[in-house]
Design a protein around this ligand. Structure first.
Ligand code: NAP
Length: 283
């Protein structure tokens, strides 16, 4: 059993398998999720639960947060029973959600007011990589705090890199997810063009995977198109959010504008489906 006690906030598609990795590694993990029913599967594999973020932080050494967006972070940190509702010191709070660099800077400042420490540590990879501890993790924050958190990151990811000061993990993640949006939309447009010309999509995907363009993303999303399976691994609403955040930090390029518009347009109808559901609005 590892002696460090971990608090985990956010048991969505990513948070559940990621916290599961730490339980498997022998850490004592206390979880909190806004919707209580999502705590059940973590309890079954040994997690304890807290009734609020404020209650959780008092009982652990390191808090990891994996939730949707800036608003969720704001509520979890500054809410009535949030992380800052109780005076604590010496805690490390790691925010692995994809959020803006500006909210990370704000939360890092508020953490420092209590002598707590903050790292932004968003991830690339999806549910499968989370289940296998094979994520790619990019971290912003103080080097000494990063080094303390590194053993935890090593259970979650295959590559862990400190990018610089607070917010640089978030900035890097937004740049990477811009490429993700281009890839997904590009694959969808390729399939639409081939389909229009009566090419068998199974054959097209086989050839893409065998070519220099083959990559895990094209494989997974290509299979999803073939199987007509749009159940979210990475919900389209999250990439729409990421492109809004990317725009706020300077995404004004031609493809950036196109992807931004395409995913904002798709979000109302397709937001809860997987990102590759973008194909449904391309003709
Ligand atoms: P998800 O399945 O939609 O889960 C979202 C989590 O955030 C849930 O635990 C939800 O609680 C919580 N939440 C949302 N709003 C909240 C609020 N106001 N207060 C408290 N909790 C709140 O999301 P996910 O796919 O796990 O993604 C989590 C983060 O990782 C996002 O920033 C996403 O962009 C990023 N990410 C996702 C993937 C992926 O493939 N899925 C990959 C890389 C990065 P409830 O259960 O109560 O709604």
């Amino acid at each position: 059993m590892n002696t460090i006690k971990i608090g985990w906030i956010g048991l969505g598609r990513m948070g559940t398998p990621m916290s599961g990795q730490l339980l498997k590694a022998g850490y004592d993990v206390m979880v909190y999720n806004r919707s209580k029913e999502k705590e059940e599967s973590s309890k079954l594999i040994g997690a304890t639960t807290a009734s609020s973020p404020g209650q959780l932080i008092q009982q652990v050494d390191i808090v990891i947060v994996m939730v949707s967006d800036d608003l969720a972070i704001w509520e979890i940190f500054t809410g009535n029973d949030g992380l800052f509702s109780i005076m604590t010191t010496g805690k490390i709070i790691i925010n692995m959600s994809t959020v803006s660099p500006s909210i990370s800077k704000e939360m890092a400042y508020l953490c420092s007011q209590q002598n707590n420490h903050y790292l932004d540590a968003p991830v690339s990879g999806s549910v499968k990589q989370a289940e296998d501890g094979q994520l790619v993790i990019m971290v912003g924050g103080e080097k000494t705090i990063f080094e303390k958190a590194l053993p935890l990151f090593e259970h979650l990811g295959k590559v862990v890199m400190r990018m610089g000061d607070t917010g640089t993990g978030n900035t890097t993640k937004l740049a990477i997810n811009t490429l993700l949006a281009f890839h997904v939309q590009g694959l969808a447009e390729t399939v639409v063009l081939a389909r229009k010309n009566e090419i068998r999509i199974e054959d097209l995907i086989t050839l893409i995977n065998a070519s220099a363009l083959g990559n895990p993303l094209n494989k997974i999303k290509g299979d999803a198109i073939i199987q007509n399976n749009f159940k979210a691994a990475f919900a389209l609403k999250h990439i729409a959010k990421d492109l809004r955040l990317a725009k706020n930090i300077g995404l004004t390029t031609p493809m950036g504008e196109t992807a931004f518009k395409a995913f904002q347009l798709a979000e109302p109808a397709l937001g809860e489906e997987d990102i590759i559901a973008i194909i449904k609005q391309i003709h």
